[in-house]
Design a protein around this ligand. Structure first.
Ligand code: SIN
Length: 336
């Protein structure tokens, strides 16, 4: 009988740090450790089974706690991923990343990388040195997903705790638990069992090749900041300071369906009118659409659609690389 051997996929792992590369002083410690302490080689050693499912190459892009993520690393990552998209020897890309800002990096890459190869972000909630560390299994799943033909053309994904999420939808919802990632508006798109990726949903929003955002010749991103509304809101001071520091846009984490306290809103209306600062209304609630009234539209406010504030910020930054027209930017928030 003839046995046909299928070639293993070639997967590039780009490492950026996080708890998956975290080192604690004891195996019981799951807080107070140093994230981004171990190199990618150490992560690979913990999962010898990876060599059964893929040919792996690695590059250490950064080694940081992802709460310190910045535009420079984003642009470096995006340019690297785009190079790999055009490299015929690479089938899929895995990015190891801290969970704190993973959703922002994933969404950024979802909007600026151009290609159909799977790009999978993965991390861990327990440091690599912990009893029952979740990193090794998550990494195995991420490599399996990145090597799966089923995963082509699905945009950037996050693989955590056996589940697969679309970059646009996913958010971190628990400070410490391994079951932290959720997609409250859309649900996960699939799951991974014994190295097999199973998809239940397709992503409907445009991504990767079907967005107009191109960072190939960009060396810095427009400054956009987030303000937060609350009872007796004093965030006008923050808005003033952000604009003084060069912000071209502000995202408001509004209450409920995106409402903004009048203390802050009156000043934002002034900014829209007099300084042409772009203002996107989002919500601090964590799920659901932010509607926008006719009056607000005329004032220049833009709805974040159902993007949370940190993701609305990513899209507004990229939108500002293309236009300053609030109507056009509002369209981007509908499409992407
Ligand atoms: C980080 O985001 O780098 C630290 C927390 C984590 O990875 O879970």
């Amino acid at each position: 009988m003839l046995t046909v051997l299928s070639a293993k996929p070639n997967i590039m792992i780009l490492a950026t740090g996080g708890t998956i590369a975290g080192q604690a002083s004891s195996a019981n410690a799951t807080t107070g450790y140093k994230a981004g302490a171990l190199g990618v080689d150490v992560l690979l050693k913990a999962v010898p089974e990876l060599k059964n499912i893929a040919n792996i190459s690695t590059e250490q892009i950064a080694n940081i706690d992802s709460s310190n993520m910045n535009d420079e690393i984003w642009l470096k990552l995006a340019k690297k991923v785009n190079q790999l998209m055009n490299n015929g020897n690479i089938d899929g890309i895995v990015i190891t990343h801290g969970t704190d800002t993973m959703e922002e990096t994933a969404y950024f890459l979802n909007l600026v990388t151009k290609g159909s190869k799977p790009v999978v972000l993965v991390g861990a909630m327990r440091p690599a040195t912990a009893t029952s560390a979740d990193g090794p299994k998550n990494l195995y799943n991420a490599v399996a997903l990145a090597g799966s033909k089923n995963a082509l053309n699905r945009g950037v994904m996050v693989a955590m705790n056996d589940k697969i999420y679309a970059a646009r939808d996913v958010t971190k919802t628990h400070t410490l638990n391994v079951e932290t990632f959720k997609a409250s508006n859309a649900g996960e798109i699939g799951y991974i069992v014994d190295g097999k990726a199973i998809f239940n949903h397709t992503v409907t929003k445009e991504h990767t090749r079907n967005t107009p955002f191109d960072v190939s010749s960009i060396i810095s991103l427009p400054k956009v900041d987030i303000i937060y509304t609350y009872s007796n809101d004093g965030s006008q001071v923050a808005s003033e300071a952000f604009v003084k520091a060069g912000a071209k846009g502000l995202v408001v984490a509004g209450s409920g369906a995106g409402s903004i306290h009048e203390n802050s809103k009156n000043y934002l209306i002034k900014l829209l009118k007099e300084k042409k600062i772009l203002v996107v209304k989002s919500s601090r609630v964590g799920s659901g659409l932010v509607p926008i009234s006719k009056e607000e539209l005329n004032q220049g406010f833009i709805s974040a659609n159902d993007l949370n504030p940190q993701k609305a910020r990513v899209l507004l930054m990229l939108a500002l690389t293309k236009t300053k027209d609030p109507r056009q930017i509002a369209k981007y928030f509908e499409y992407y």
